[in-house]
Design a protein around this ligand. Structure first.
Ligand code: ME8
Length: 646
């Protein structure tokens, strides 16, 4: 059997100083999606996360809580592990820096570098930021003389300490960064680091005597090792640095350290200096992602703007949160988190686009073919254009994923989801189903849809592992989902021709945005409306492209039922038949038609309009009408239900 290529990916190890918020979950979710993609692509992945449990701040917090530091961190770290489980994080190991296996590695690393002469004893005078566990020089402080990261006051400290000769490695690290353009990503971070090193690197103080919650210096146990020296070493502990050479040689150097942008400096300067002193190769890439912002600020406990990921998972599901984070935010940039944006994505992308594609497909196979596929045959057995789009999507998605463009990759998948939805409108299977002579054409269409969904489910699995498997199972595909690989969708036609599909189950329920109950939102909307009016005046009929127009799905629908909406004069609630499903919509035509006049009419409807709640009723679409002065007439046409209008 061919040996799989290894891929070693890490997240930062988190401080158990506070409850984790959605900002931390963001970092781990990105790493998880990459790890899952790499497994899908056939790599032998090792994915590491963990907790960074030492340091003065934790000791102080534990004392304030009246418990020992280990009691304190045990409780919080159990919470981390639970969060990662709930978020379906597929890490292969979880490293705690308080574990004996890690302590041994840190002490050995210290000893080796000391014996080499790159660690020496001196006296430290400097400025220390306790919350950030960082030492600063005078010229690095902000304009108020505070910590340049968190902007809180720093303390002057002076004590005997051990120093690591970073200055010895400064030129070598700079050379390495300049010779390896991919080492620090994105490029803006790389430039920052180059400038930082060019200002000169001082030797790093790597021990403290003023507290004892840390790993003791092996040669002088009244000192504990500086928390960043301890923490960075976590990356080599679980892959066998001390006790499993084969494993270590397989996974080191790491392929990717994914970290937040504010800690790129520690990873791309201090860590390489430590590795060079150990004579180990440097990691292949340090990627600094942006922050999740809430109301203009980085999410953090001290700012009081944290969003609890567990509560969100419980309300919306882990997959919906994962999808939102990975789709909405470009990896290297900061991105805004808002509840409204999350709900909008769930409704439009997950409930509407994806949910409807699956539901409509399975419904039609149930209704028209008793729940079974019939092998595709004949000229249109394979729809060449749909197949070409699917294959192009698989290819482009792979390229974007390899380049860590997670948002672009999933957008490509969604373009294909829309394409498949459009394929239903174009082929109008409900029309084919009425014609006994077109049975095979109908069978071909159903096959092409299931095959499209099979491909989609694999592509979304790094983002939404639970949903992907649910789709796979609803389709009734025989292969165990856990064994599915990207190679299974490299070619069109992997769906068995006689597959018996399952019963459709809703993937994501639509979530109502209670417009009436949110005055702030209403105000904002009113402001937007005013602006929209002004813009519209400027350009009454702005041109749109054919591509923009093609996003509007128009279809002939039959009005099955109509009734007035209570306490309104203009509104009627209509139930309409789209051919493959029934829907409710609210229409402002009560002054022009009685309910009886409408029933049985075939009219034109926009079927992919975003759902909206009107007087307590959710309207899923809009019928079209022509108006002239006070007169208004619905666009009724003598065409079968389900006909496409274009
Ligand atoms: O820095 N948006 O731990 P940490 C995005 N223990 N990412 C965020 C974020 C936000 N609002 N808030 C935090 C540490 N993060 C060290 C790491 S590694 C050897 C030691 C990210 O718990 C942050 O950018 O303070 C960082 O990458 C990670 O959470 C851990 O932060």
């Amino acid at each position: 059997m061919e040996k799989k290529k290894p891929f070693y990916i890490t997240t930062p190890i988190y401080y158990p100083s506070a409850k984790l918020h959605i900002g931390h979950a963001y970092c781990t979710t990105i790493a998880d999606a990459i790890a899952r993609f790499k497994r899908l692509a056939g790599y032998d992945v090792f994915f590491l996360t963990g907790s960074d449990e030492h340091g003065q701040k934790i000791q102080q917090t534990a004392e304030a809580a009246g418990v020992t530091p280990i009691e304190y961190v045990d409780g919080i770290v159990a919470g981390f592990q639970n969060l990662w489980k709930e978020l379906h994080i597929s890490n292969d190991d979880f490293i705690r820096t308080t574990e004996e296996r890690h302590q041994r590695v840190v002490q050995e690393v210290f000893r080796r570098i000391y014996e080499k002469g790159d660690i020496y004893k001196g006296s430290y005078k400097g400025l220390y930021c306790t919350p950030c566990e960082s030492y600063w020089t005078e010229h690095q402080l902000d304009e108020n003389g505070c910590c340049p990261d968190c902007h809180r006051p720093v303390q002057e400290v002076s004590e005997e300490a051990y120093f690591f000769k970073m200055s010895k490695y400064a030129d070598k690290v700079l050379e390495y960064i300049e010779a390896n353009p991919d080492f620090i990503q994105p490029v803006s971070r790389r430039n920052e680091m180059i400038n930082f090193i060019k200002q000169g690197l001082e030797d790093l103080c790597i021990s403290r005597t003023s507290f004892d919650w840390g790993i003791p210096v092996p040669i002088d146990t009244k000192h504990v090792i500086y928390v960043w020296f301890d923490a960075l070493t976590n990356y080599i502990t679980p892959i066998g640095f001390l006790d499993d050479k084969e494993k270590f040689d397989k996974y080191w150097p790491a392929d990717l350290h994914l970290v937040g942008k504010e800690i790129v400096r520690f990873h791309s300067i201090i860590w390489p200096c430590i590795l060079m002193a150990l004579e180990l190769p440097l990691p292949k890439m340090i990627y600094g992602h942006g922050w999740l912002i809430v109301g203009g600020d980085k999410m953090s406990k001290s700012k009081g703007n944290v969003v609890d990921p567990l509560a969100l998972i419980e309300e919306f599901s882990a997959d919906a949160i994962r999808y939102f984070l990975l789709r909405e935010i470009n990896l290297g940039q900061d991105g805004n988190f808002s509840r409204d944006a999350l709900i909008t994505r769930i409704n439009s992308d997950l409930a509407n686009d994806l949910g409807n594609l699956l539901h409509r497909t399975l419904n039609m196979i149930g209704k028209f073919q008793q729940g079974s596929l019939i092998p595709p045959q004949g000229e249109s057995g394979i729809d060449a254009s749909l197949k070409a789009d699917a294959m192009e999507t698989v290819k482009a998605y792979g390229e974007e994923m390899e380049a860590m463009q997670l948002s672009s990759a999933i957008k490509k998948v969604w373009a294909f989801v829309s394409r498949a939805n459009k394929y239903i409108d174009e082929t109008a299977p409900w029309v084919l189903a009425k014609d006994a002579g077109r049975k095979q054409e109908l069978a071909n269409t159903m096959y092409n849809l299931v095959e499209s969904l099979r491909i989609i489910s694999v592509l979304i699995s790094p983002y939404m592992p639970v949903t992907a498997e649910r789709i796979w199972k609803q389709l009734g595909l025989p292969k165990e989902f856990s064994g599915v690989q990207l190679s299974d969708i490299q070619e069109w036609g992997g769906t068995p021709g006689d597959l018996k599909v399952g019963v459709p189950e809703q993937l994501f329920p639509r979530i109502e945005l209670e417009k009436e109950e949110a005055p702030a939102r209403q105000q904002k909307a009113a402001g937007k409306k005013e602006k929209a009016k002004a813009d519209a005046k400027k350009e009454e009929h702005p041109e749109i492209t054919m591509e923009e127009f093609s996003k509007i799905h128009l279809r002939v629908v039959k009005v099955l039922a109509a009734e007035p909406v209570p306490k309104t004069e203009k509104l009627l609630k209509l139930t309409v038949d789209l051919g493959d499903e029934e829907r409710e919509i609210v229409s402002g035509i009560a002054r022009h038609y009685t309910p009886e006049e409408l029933i049985g009419k075939n009219v034109v409807m926009v079927i992919n309009l975003k759902s909206a709640k009107i007087r307590g009723i959710v309207s899923h679409g809009m019928v079209l009408a022509a108006s002239h002065g006070d007169d208004m007439k619905l666009l009724d046409v003598d065409m079968p239900v389900g006909s496409q209008v274009r």
